[in-house]
Design a protein around this ligand. Structure first.
Ligand code: FES
Length: 108
């Protein structure tokens, strides 16, 4: 199975709203969480695309993320929860088929 429009997405808000009175996912560490989730998805070959997005409109509760389509919002996520999220993604989305690897071009 290759990534296609049917491949589920895990959307992670990385928005950074500058100003001490304006909370945002980016200023609460969502970039590091997105990096850790992307690394875990690659390592565990989970069949999901990570999509970094800009704002779900719930900035006071971030970092926010959700599985699309139809997943519940995960709010106030911390790095400590990455393994738990990866297990959820693996359970919901499965693993990529080993045949998904792009074959080498003969003669290269
Ligand atoms: S900044 Fe993440 S939901 Fe708005």
């Amino acid at each position: 199975m290759t990534e296609s429009s049917d491949t589920p997405k895990f959307a992670i808000c990385i928005n950074r709203r500058f100003g001490s009175d304006r909370p945002s996912c980016g200023t609460r560490g969502s970039q590091n969480i997105a990096d850790a989730i992307e690394a875990g998805v690659r390592e565990r070959k989970i069949n999901v695309m990570i999509e970094r997005i800009v704002c779900f409109g719930m900035c006071n509760n971030g970092p926010n993320m959700r599985l699309i389509p139809g997943g519940a919002f995960h709010k106030d996520v911390s790095l400590d929860q990455v393994n738990e999220l990866l297990s959820m993604l693996e359970s919901e989305c499965g693993q990529k088929d080993e045949t998904d690897e792009i074959p080498a071009i003969p003669g290269t």
